[in-house]
Design a protein around this ligand. Structure first.
Ligand code: SME
Length: 151
């Protein structure tokens, strides 16, 4: 069983959408509820694609100086450039990693896609090494897929 209970988070997002809460609220709810799952989820960042840049639109956890990331830069920008989710078990092994703090050990980026379109991504930092199993990744993808429909 994954740590993340995605069905609860998807239900909360649908509820917010039904109450006509906007994009900002939906992204904030996703960030806060994923972080609330606790370890290995340390910090959660919602970067949305604007042209050739990812802009930080919501987060929960530690602040980051990386509020704008060009496509192709870092783990986040690589996900968009390659069209592939990124599961990095040890960030110290990644050459183009953009560090936000000294404690992060691993990172998971799951793209928010609507058909062929990439809308943005859920970026998760963990203080634990290699915590994101295929089940865990699938749970995050459920949240990303819900956002793709509701945003
Ligand atoms: N580590 C990311 C940058 C974003 S911060 O983790 C919030 C990267 O390498 O793209």
């Amino acid at each position: 069983m994954p740590v993340l209970d995605s069905s609860k988070i998807v239900a909360a997002l649908r509820g917010a959408f039904a109450r006509e809460e906007g994009r900002e609220a939906l992204l904030r709810i996703a960030a806060e509820k994923i972080k609330a799952a606790g370890p290995p989820y340390t910090s959660v960042y919602l970067y949305m694609l604007h042209g050739k840049e990812l802009l930080l639109e919501a987060f929960a956890g530690r602040e980051t100086e990386h509020t704008r990331i060009p496509v192709g830069t870092g783990v986040c920008g690589t996900a968009v450039a390659s069209g592939q989710d990124q599961n990095v078990p040890d960030v110290r092994a990644v050459e183009n990693y953009l560090a936000c703090n000294a404690w992060t050990r691993s990172e998971l980026v799951v793209l928010i896609r609507r058909g062929p379109l990439i809308l943005g991504q859920i970026d998760i930092d963990s203080d634990v090494s290699n915590p994101f199993t295929p089940d865990e990744e699938a749970a995050v993808r459920q949240v990303a897929d819900a956002l793709a429909v509701l945003l």
